[in-house]
Structure formats: C-alpha cells, structure tokens
Design a binder for this molecule. Structure first.
Ligand SMILES: [Zn+2]
Length: 352
C-alpha cells in the first residue's frame, strides 16, 4: 500500500468523475451520471416543495385469486383496492420523512383500471402474473420524468405488513429517479453468511435489493434521494469524494466503490457508487467527516446487468484504503488511487 494522502480540491461540477445511483437522461441506467446530470422530474409536474400524487389502479388482480410460478392458486391479495392505500402510503412516507429530502407525495385514492401506457396518472397497479417481478415504469419526455407507474407482483402482496413493503419502497425509489446501487461486499444479500455485516457494513441499500429489519432506508438510499430532491440548504452541508480505481494498471470499469463514515474507532454508515468506463468515480452527498474507501468486484451481476453488458470489470480482488479520506462540506475531496489486483471472479447471486 502506498502513501495514502487525501488532497482536498474545490468541487467542480461535471468534472471527469461519474457516480451511479441515478437514471441518465434517456431513463436508462447507464452511462453513470453524477447527480447534476441525473434524470429528474419535470418541475412542471413535480416542482420543488410540491406534492406528487399517485392513485391505486382498480386492477382486477387486487381482489382476484392468482397463480404462482408452480401453478398453485392463492387467495385474492385484498378484499378491495382501497385496502392497498395504507401500504402505499407507508412505503411513500419512508422516502418523504427524512429532513434532508424535499419529497412530498400522496395516494389520492383508487383510480380507474389504468394501463401501462403513459396517461399522466401515476398509478400503483397489480401485475397479473404471479411468476414475474415487481417493477416501475418511468416515463420521460426529453429526459425529464413526467410519470411513474408501479406494478406490484401478487406474490409481493403476501407480506406487505413486513418484508414485502420493502419491494414497494424500492419501486418508489425508482420513481424518484434512483437506479440500482451495489450491495455491500459481504457474502450474500439474502441473509446467509452475513457475519461481518453488523461489524463493518450497513444493511444492503434498499435500491440494491437489501431488506432492512424494519421497512426503511439505508444511508446510501437516503443520500441518493436527497441528491435528487434536496431539502433547502442540504447540499451546502455535504461534500463528495472522487477518485479512480485501477486493476492491473488499467481502468477498473463499473466496479463498486464504498465509502464508510467513521467516528473515532467506529464505523457509522456506508454509501456506494460505481466507477465509470474509465474507472473514475464520485460519491456525493456525504456528511463531513472521515471515510474509509473500499472497491472490488461487482457482487450483484443480475441487478447491474447493464453495466456487465458495457464491459464491467468482474475479476478483481477487493481493496481497502485504511487511511481515512476527509470530506468537507461544499467540497470534493480527491481520493488516492485505488489499485485492485486481478484475481477473484465476481460471485453473483441469482434471483428467481
Ligand atoms: Zn429495481
């Protein structure tokens, strides 16, 4: 390990660093925009300080039996479409509660039986198949978001009082403009072999398919949301870290970089980003303080397949910089280079 010094420079927006958590203007999830270049809501549709309304679509599926992937039939998820409203409100409130965000959104009630096409109504729908996934359709006009429809898979309605609420929270995160972030570099994200988690890492971000013990957000999710819709003054109170990751002397493409805030001897919280195609990264929205940086092979190939398609570096060791990098409000701190070695292949987990 070389000499690890961090040089503080004044933040230059739109520099050579890229972040990841956001959709690009094409409402695709690549290349990797910094917050300033992320797709945001059309201010005419959802301006600062305004409330965005959703309706629960009167999809027949809410109140009809459904069949899972094995052909097994299940009872209707709800007695009426109105019964969905409290869960939708609870999931939306998770994003609107933090004081660092300017997010106000509501569920206006049950609307008509809305379909997938853009119709200027933000809808929460029941997706008719029990063997797919839940998803968000984000509609844009010239790169600005004008509508979002969330389709919930019936199998995700079975535990909306518990873990499945996280699915709704995740889809609403996409509606905000958040793409998938990276799970932390522990063994597995589904609750197995997580011995190191409490000691070093946060729970995986909701936007990386993490499940929290109680429905909520991790620091990483919260930073992404706050960067997209910051509360007045918040951006002045945070800073960023930018740098470059290499593997075998070449750019490490689309590898996750983790910044873990420390306080004295203790770790507090972590946030992550991905490098761009040249190995550059920027982690924005960080509270002032000392951060340990780590980088390594991608842990979730399924969740970030667009980055794999663009040639992400998949074979590398993890690297940890043990000398903290200091974040100062309103500034970008240049991190020392993070050199990875070729070696370990990414070990993806597979979803159903
Ligand atoms: Zn997702």
């Amino acid at each position: 390990m070389g000499i690890l010094t961090a040089l503080t420079v004044v933040f230059v927006p739109g520099g050579d660093a890229f972040g990841y958590r956001f959709f690009w203007r094409t409402v695709d999830d690549a290349p990797l925009p910094v917050a300033a270049d992320a797709s945001r809501w059309d201010p005419a549709v959802w301006g600062p300080g305004r409330t965005l309304h959703f309706v629960v679509a009167d999809s027949p599926g809410w109140t009809e039996p459904w069949e899972d992937a094995r052909g097994e039939e299940h009872d209707p998820p709800f007695a009426t479409a109105e019964d969905v409203i409290p869960f939708a409100r609870r999931a939306l409130a998770v994003w609107s509660a933090p004081p660092s965000t300017d997010i106000q959104w509501s569920v206006a009630g049950v609307g008509g039986e809305l379909h997938a096409e853009r119709d200027h109504v933000n809808a929460i729908r029941m997706h008719p198949f029990g063997h797919g996934t839940s998803y968000a359709d984000i509609w844009d006009r010239n790169g600005v978001i004008v509508e979002c429809d969330v389709s919930l898979n019936p199998r995700h309605t079975r535990d909306l009082d518990g873990a499945a609420l996280e699915v709704l929270i995740h889809e609403f995160g996409h509606c905000l403009g958040l793409a998938h972030s990276a799970p932390f570099p522990t063994w597995d994200t589904w609750g197995w072999c997580r011995g190191l988690e409490p000691a070093l890492w946060d729970t995986d971000p909701v936007m990386s398919y993490g499940y929290l013990p109680e429905p909520g957000l991790t620091e990483d999710d919260l930073i992404g949301a706050s960067l997209l819709r910051p509360a007045p003054g918040w951006l002045d109170r945070v800073g960023s870290i930018a740098g470059q990751v290499t593997v075998g002397g070449r750019a490490a493409r689309y590898v996750p970089v983790f910044a873990t805030r420390i306080s004295g001897e203790e770790v507090v919280a972590s946030a992550n980003t991905f490098t761009n195609g040249e190995g550059f990264f920027a982690i924005e929205g960080l509270s002032p303080g000392g951060y340990l940086l780590a980088a390594g092979a991608m842990g979730d190939i399924d969740g970030n397949s667009s980055l794999v398609d663009r040639g992400a570096t998949l074979g590398s060791t993890d690297q940890y910089l043990l000398d903290p990098v200091r974040v100062v409000a309103g500034q970008e701190t240049r991190a020392p280079p993070i050199p990875l070695r070729e070696g370990r292949e990414a070990s993806p987990f597979r979803r159903e």
